[in-house]
Design a protein around this ligand. Structure first.
Ligand SMILES: [Zn+2]
Length: 458
């Protein structure tokens, strides 16, 4: 793009981003809480209309159950490259606004103060979708769309995307594209743009053991075994004091990282002091004791985490009791290659081998990890255009610590995926007072316009 063309586009993007704010407000006023099944049809209509108004071909897919998935297609303009297609993945649902009394304004009435816009869904993900649409409008008004653009906008992201795999399998041809821009991203506290080329997987389990039909007087502990001790001992056999996971086979499926990936992982910033301060940590990082690079642990290693435990009496004062049962919830953040099913088999075998056949384990849910090929030129392009649009450094994370349905996109569409969005360090997605900064909203629109233009030429 020559300088003059770039300047014209930049001005038009800024104008369109400003003009889109009223529409963003209307979108934010829709209480699209998927966990409570609220406002789904209204929101599907609203988003379909938004795409229609850009001239898109729109299909509302609902034949496989779940909340409808919106498909949108915009062909390349006359001067564009019709052989290239970029897919945007976004979602129209939001998290519940609770706890309501911690909001400083109505979560479903957009409130703008000092350049910061507050409402549920601003960062995750309604603001991000609107930012992409403003970029498309600006391109349409200037040199035309540089490539084909597709949208997949779902309504169940905030409840774990239970339907998306089935739709992607059936409609793989419809959503076929050369690359995908994913739904989230933010600037960090040092104003660097964080981009994510993958996500970790997640598998969730419940371990439990029950040894009686009612709680028992604890004097009988002299003769009756205690399920809380049983579970604690079973857990202790799975991870030692050095934080090594000792479940046999746990690491078997992991894809070995290559040199380029390790290099990228270690180039990512890790602010240990800020982390320690923001959580008020009282213990050193486990990676310090293990002599590990924290970035390696965060991005290349799986975890085995006790999320919560219950057994017996934990109220005020004393109640001597021998509990009838004990339960623990465990999550594993998985890396590419790993499956929740394999880990379940490992846990079952481990418990049997170590004399804990009374401890039952079941898998509640699992989603696999995905990481784009770190050498794919699309990743470099997203980073380069982010730096040009935001005029600040961008950091490409090989994968984020979070989870989402990226794996099934790659499974059915086979394409590189990078996540980027409108958030900032204080966006508080999922929490009270969720917000975005209007400057990021505009810069992010410009990022999308530059990216689409250069992607078409690549
Ligand atoms: Zn979310």
């Amino acid at each position: 793009m020559d300088d003059n063309k770039r300047k014209v586009l930049e001005e038009e993007v800024r104008a369109q981003a400003d003009r889109s704010i009223e529409t963003l407000y209307s979108y934010l006023r829709l209480k699209t809480v998927s966990a409570q099944n609220l406002a789904i049809p209204e929101t599907v209509n609203f988003v379909s209309e938004l795409l229609n108004s850009l001239g898109a071909e729109v299909k509302v897919l609902d034949d496989l159950g779940g909340n409808p998935i919106i498909y949108g297609f915009l062909p390349a303009g006359e001067k564009g490259n019709a052989s290239k297609t970029l897919l945007f993945y976004d979602h129209y649902d939001v998290q519940p606004p609770d706890p309501l009394d911690e909001w400083n304004s109505d979560p479903f009435e957009p409130y703008l103060k000092d350049g910061i816009l507050y409402a549920r869904g601003t960062a995750d993900n309604k603001g991000t979708l609107m930012q992409r649409l403003a970029a498309i409008k600006a391109l349409e008004n200037t040199s035309g769309l540089p490539c084909n653009i597709k949208f997949l906008i779902e309504g169940e992201e905030e409840v774990g995307s239970p339907s998306i795999a089935a739709y992607l399998e059936k409609y793989a041809d419809l959503f076929k594209a050369d690359a995908c821009i994913w739904e989230f991203g933010n600037k960090d506290a040092a104003e660097r743009v964080s981009l994510f080329a993958g996500i970790k997987g997640s598998a969730y389990y419940e371990f439990s053991t029950k040894s009686a039909i009612i709680d028992i007087h604890s004097s009988l502990a002299a003769v009756i075994d205690n399920p809380a001790w049983r579970l604690v001992q079973a857990l202790a056999s799975m991870k030692n004091q050095n934080n090594d996971i000792t479940v046999e086979g746990f690491f078997d499926e992991i894809e070995e990282p290559d040199e380029a990936l390790i290099k990228t992982v270690r180039a990512v910033p890790f602010n240990d002091e800020a982390l320690k301060k923001s959580f008020g940590l009282t213990r050193p990082f486990i990676t310090e004791a293990r002599g590990e690079v924290p970035q390696d642990a965060l991005m290349l290693q799986p975890t085995l985490t006790i999320c919560g435990m219950v057994s017996g009496y934990i109220g005020e004062g004393a109640k001597t009791v021998l509990p009838k049962e004990a339960k623990v919830k465990i999550d594993c953040r998985m890396v590419p290659g790993q499956t929740g099913e394999h880990l379940l088999a490992c846990f079952k075998r481990h418990l049997a081998r170590h004399g804990f056949s009374d401890v039952k384990v079941e898998m509640i849910e699992s989603q696999r990890a995905f990481r784009s090929d770190i050498n794919d030129p699309f990743l470099k392009l997203v980073k380069k255009t982010a730096e040009e649009a935001y005029q600040s450094e961008a950091v490409l994370y090989p994968n984020s610590a979070g989870t989402g349905p990226m794996y099934v996109f790659d499974k059915y569409l086979h394409l590189p995926i990078v996540s980027t969005g409108v958030g900032w360090a204080e966006s508080k997605a999922h929490a009270p007072n969720e917000s975005i900064r209007m400057k990021d909203y505009v810069d992010g629109s410009l990022h999308m316009a530059y990216l689409l233009t250069e992607f078409a030429a690549q």
